[in-house]
Ligand binder design. Structure first.
Ligand SMILES: Cc1ncc(COP(=O)(O)O)c(C=O)c1O
Ligand SMILES: [Zn+2]
Length: 383
């Protein structure tokens, strides 16, 4: 256990506060927990200019004891690529496929696995649509921890399964969706005192992912007007918003960007929740963008808070639009992203009139993870 703690946990529903601990939901009401940091002054960013361009340049903004070991594979520091500047609109793409295992999950896992060591766990676990398991397996290997992953059988992109096996994770295939696999891992974790849950219900995961916002700020010297994010379990959109919100609290920027969440139309519970105010899980989610094939997003309350507070919204796109956007990005810009990661571009492309100023699309994972998508490009007549 290391050093002085400059953070605590707080329930997003009832406001109950907790000392830092390996807990996932509020003991009083079952609500999600968020990390509240004691933030440095606005001068922080001018003090770190000479630090290496990776996630741990923001060390003081990350909730890890000062003497604790950092488990890093040099995550973060990803490219913010300018796609176009025309008619008063600047379009950027943040390439999270640049991360060590090829997705944004590495930011959350670097911190999450460091927390597992800090708390003295010897095993880590997750349910996954693929990227979480690939990332957790790699960071667990780096830390010398055992990794246990629950995957929906036949619904994980081949490259991601390959990564989890390569890094030595124990794999349990579940007959059902991600949501079934998630129920199973939660049951396992509740029955074992030595298993640390590293899904995005773990508040520390999202603290790692909030650094996406810091990097965008540093690259643009300001917040963009819009950030468009693919949404599955709905953790990342909240994490990015939280990063920007902390910048507002530190007096670094005036306002958070509007956060726009994009789901696949066959797995879009947040869109219904946003439009109707009532939450209904999708029982049988279906999309070729397997990373976001989730019907019951665990972070729905956090995501709703982020989107509403920022003046943003949720929307959905069809699989055809996702695949055609993926090819468009590949052929127009030379960038290969995975299907889920093309959803923001698919949405932007068909709704361009809604935007002015600066727009950042979050490309969450690398295209090489899912080569089997090739046959669907062909089936849809796109190639
Ligand atoms: C490539 C990719 N994009 C988007 C997401 C969705 O992120 P979240 O579950 O935080 O909404 C995931 C989650 O697995 C993913 O792997
Ligand atoms: Zn509570």
């Amino acid at each position: 256990m290391g050093g002085v703690k400059n953070y605590f946990l707080r329930c997003i529903l009832c406001g109950a506060e907790y000392d830092p601990a390996p807990m996932y939901v509020c003991d009083d009401c079952g609500g999600l927990l968020e990390v509240v940091m004691d933030l440095p002054s606005s001068k922080f960013f001018s003090r770190i200019v000479d630090r290496p361009w990776y996630m741990w340049r923001y060390r003081e903004l990350l909730p890890l004891g000062s003497g604790s070991r950092i488990v890093s594979l040099w995550e973060g520091g990803t490219r913010l690529f300018n796609l176009s500047v025309e008619d008063g609109l600047s379009l950027y793409i943040k390439l999270e496929g640049d991360n060590p295992t090829g997705s944004f999950k590495d930011r959350g896992m670097s911190l999450g696995v460091s927390k597992a060591l800090e708390y003295g766990f010897s095993k880590v676990a997750c349910a996954s649509t693929g990227n979480t398991s690939a990332s957790m397996a790699a960071y667990a290997a780096r830390a010398g921890l055992e990794a246990l992953v629950f995957l929906p059988r036949g619904k994980v992109a081949r490259g991601k399964l390959f990564q989890a096996v390569a890094h030595g994770a124990r794999i349990v295939e579940v007959d059902g969706s991600f949501d079934d696999a998630f129920k199973m891992v939660r049951r396992h974790v509740s029955e074992s005192s030595d298993l640390y849950l590293l899904n995005s219900i773990n508040p520390y995961r999202l603290e790692g992912q909030k650094t996406i916002a810091y990097e965008i700020y540093e690259a643009l010297s300001n917040a963009p007007d819009y950030v468009i994010v693919p949404v599955g379990n709905a953790g990342n959109i909240y994490a990015i918003w939280k990063g920007f919100f902390e910048l507002v609290e530190m007096g670094v920027i005036d306002d958070v960007p509007r956060m726009i969440g994009v789901q696949a139309s066959g797995a879009a519970p947040m869109v219904h929740f946003f439009r109707n105010g009532t939450y209904r899980p999708v029982e049988a989610p279906e999309t070729l963008a397997t990373a976001i094939r989730i019907g019951n997003p665990v972070n729905r309350d956090k995501a709703m808070k982020a989107v509403k507070f920022s003046g943003g919204w949720f929307s959905s796109v069809s699989d055809r639009d996702i695949l055609s956007a993926q090819l468009d990005i590949a052929r127009r810009y030379g960038l290969l992203v995975e299907p889920a990661s093309a959803a923001p571009y698919a949405y932007f492309r068909s709704n361009i009139d809604l935007f002015k100023g600066s727009v950042v699309l979050i490309s969450t994972g690398h295209g090489l993870k899912d080569p089997d998508i090739l046959k669907y490009w062909s089936e849809y007549g796109l190639i």
